[in-house]
Design a protein around this ligand. Sequence first.
Ligand code: NAD
Length: 364
Amino acid sequence: MSNYKPSENGAQALSLMEQMNHEQLVHCFDAKTGLRALIAIHSTVLGPALGGTRMWMYANEAEALHDVLRLSEGMTYKAAVAGLDLGGGKAVIIGDSRRDKTPDLMRKYGEFVERLNGNYITAEDVGTSKADMGFIGERTRHVTGRPEQDGGSGDPSPVTAYGVYRGMKAAAMKAWGTPDLGGRTVVVQGAGNVGRYLSGHLLSEGAQLRVCDVFDDQIERIRAEHPQVQVISPDSVYNQEADIYAPCALGATLNDQTIPTLRCRIVAGGANNQLADVSLHAKMLADRGIIYAPDFVINAGGLINVYSEIKGYTRDEAMERTTALYDQTLKILEMAEQLGVTTHEAAVRTARTRIDSRAVLATA
Ligand code: NAD
């Protein structure tokens, strides 16, 4: 038995979890496969906590913890605003998905998910794929977004991107009185799954695209699919003069450093947790006259799609519900204006109203 030394980080983790009102936090470790993961369940009031598993090279455990707590809270609000009977959860695997990921590591992770008895249901996220969902699915039933040939709903990214596109059109309606994106300049940060599909929608409507990514192979791929995109360097993304900035990479790109340099009218993208500090940075954007389409409202398409796998409805129905994100986004943008609050705050209030009314029903 090794010596026990109380760790300040451990205490901080628990206090952060309680402050953010999480129900459960699980640390998963397996020396044989090298698995180090955290699963956070924020809320199960509306239903089982569904959220993807991210694999990323976090600098340390504290960074991973912070990410998983914030991401899982975002999932609670996302499901609530989209009208789904789901709670919020998320998982992170600490490691380089290009180097450390193996089928056995994913299977082992699936065993940990299984032990949560369906309180947490996983799906893909940055650094994981539908093939990984297949490996996880060998050890647990509580996984969505498995390959179509295994009865799953497949890659949710096209549906997510379509929802982001619909939300972006709602923001355009609010900004310019027309949802038409033809001729608008959009800067897409991240040429991954969501960024690529989103680019397809925007180009077919006649938008001008500037795209960046930190990996050359991702740039090559988007160039092959859409030769008309203009490639820009990742460092120059924030001070591009453009109509719309679409963050489709990682979170916290809207912060003290970037917001003052933005030269766009709208921020609308697929990335989760775009605001480094939800109150402060939502307000900074509003003060600069930039319309922020809340990330968890407009990127709900993927969640709607994996929900279809649980409820047994078709991709067409998922697309129909995702189309409605236009109306939901516009409603939230109008509500923010009427109440004099930020668009993020309006979206959180919409989510909390639904969660609170269900919680009251449950205790009545
Ligand atoms: P992905 O891994 O396929 O793509 C992300 C891309 O961003 C990668 O190509 C990566 O190289 C690039 N990137 C990372 N840091 C960057 C930086 N600083 N500058 C430029 N590019 C950078 O992931 P994805 O599935 O496209 O998801 C993108 C975002 O959308 C994530 O935040 C994810 O959580 C969110 N999201 C995805 C879905 C979905 O259905 N895939 C659903 C909801 C939310």
